[in-house]
Design a binder for this molecule. Structure first.
Ligand code: F3S
Length: 64
């Protein structure tokens, strides 16, 4: 499983990096990005899904 953020959709709401700061960071504009390679583990998958569900712009994708 791998998580990604669509930079064109992200509007900097910040829920992702506030909910899961070990998965997401933020840039100088306050927009979210994925830390590292985005590969999810059994420990990070649930929080990545929570962040995905809470992003108002539906900018977060999780691929098999
Ligand atoms: Fe952007 Fe959504 Fe996170 S708008 S900062 S990806 S909560």
């Amino acid at each position: 499983m791998k998580v990604s953020i669509d930079a064109d959709r992200c509007q900097g709401h910040g829920r992702c990096f506030n909910m899961a700061p070990d998965i997401f960071g933020f840039d100088d504009l306050g927009n979210g990005y994925v830390l590292g390679d985005g590969v999810l583990t059994s420990e990070t998958l649930d929080r990545a899904r929570l962040a995905q569900a809470n992003c108002p712009e539906h900018a977060i994708a999780i691929e098999e």
